[in-house]
Write a protein that binds this ligand. Structure first.
Ligand code: 8IG
Length: 271
């Protein structure tokens, strides 16, 4: 079965299990964002993503594979917790399968959240930055391989408006103090060297992470509008004194949880 058929099968299973006929918005929850997302409301259902076709289990502490369904005003929102990454040994198709699934289940706006390293010394841990664009340094693409089947856009997808200008304007109007930055997506799982961060800065990036870029490409290919929100949890290598560690990342996420929730609660109604 091709990855597109597989995502439609998973979407049918999702609709069946949750009783939600169609979703409007999907939010992929990165490290730290899960706790805050409860501010969106009480989920009408909570399912294990492992019960859906094609979903692979996360292997990272701080990620569990679940899909929560929440109604926000007039919108059905899917909250996808437990993202999977290339560095866990997954293929690009596996990494983007949750995004393809929620889009197959109706979502036309996809919010990609993540925790990331910050390159700008003026933006410390706890700062949320809206992604204006990305630099894909993973050397791969979810569109690599067999051409998408008939009925899907060509593999040569235009990414000139990848992080939707329209959605960013809506968010800016609602949260005027939010700033924007370019996200450089590395494969990881090691953090960068200071020289690699200097390279990313020279390239114009202010955020570095190990997720998001492939999902954004897959979502855009399927015609969804993409919004990216990054929580800076650490200064990238060489930006500030001290070593980087994963525990620090999880702690910064926990500390930011309530403000992330408040931000999502403001943003989702305008999408
Ligand atoms: I959280 O400093 C988090 N994720 N590549 N570099 C990369 N990914 C990250 C970082 C970081 N912090």
């Amino acid at each position: 079965m091709n990855p597109y058929e597989l995502s439609h099968r998973a979407a049918d299973e999702l609709r069946e299990m949750t009783g939600v006929g169609s979703y409007d918005v999907a939010i992929i929850l990165g490290s730290g964002w899960r706790e805050g997302a409860t501010a969106l409301g009480v989920p009408s259902s909570e399912i294990l993503s492992s019960s859906l076709s094609g979903f692979v289990a996360p292997t990272v502490a701080g990620h569990s594979g679940q899909i929560l369904s929440v109604r926000v005003n007039d919108k059905n929102v899917a909250l996808v917790a437990g993202r999977v990454h290339l560095y866990e040994g997954n293929s690009p198709d596996q990494v983007v399968h949750p995004v393809r699934t929620v889009i197959a289940a109706g979502a036309t706006s996809v919010v990609l959240t993540n925790a990331c390293g910050g390159i700008d010394p003026a933006k410390g841990p706890g700062t949320v930055v809206m992604i204006s664009d990305h630099i894909n340094l993973t050397s791969t693409s979810p569109l690599e391989g067999a051409a998408p089947p008939a009925g899907y856009g060509a593999r040569f997808v235009d990414l000139s408006d990848l992080y939707s200008k329209r959605l960013r304007a809506l968010v800016n109007a609602t949260v005027p103090d939010i700033t924007e930055g370019v996200y450089a997506g590395f494969r990881g799982p090691h953090y960068e060297t200071p020289a690699e961060i200097a390279m990313a800065r020279t390239m114009g990036a202010s955020l570095v992470g190990m997720s998001t870029v492939l999902e954004a490409i897959a979502a855009r290919h399927l015609g969804a509008e993409v919004l990216g929100l990054s929580l800076i949890t650490n200064y990238a290598a060489g930006v500030a004194a001290g070593a980087l560690n994963h525990l620090e990342v999880l702690e910064a996420g926990q500390q930011a949880a309530s403000s992330l929730g408040a931000l999502l609660a403001r943003v989702v109604p305008v999408l």
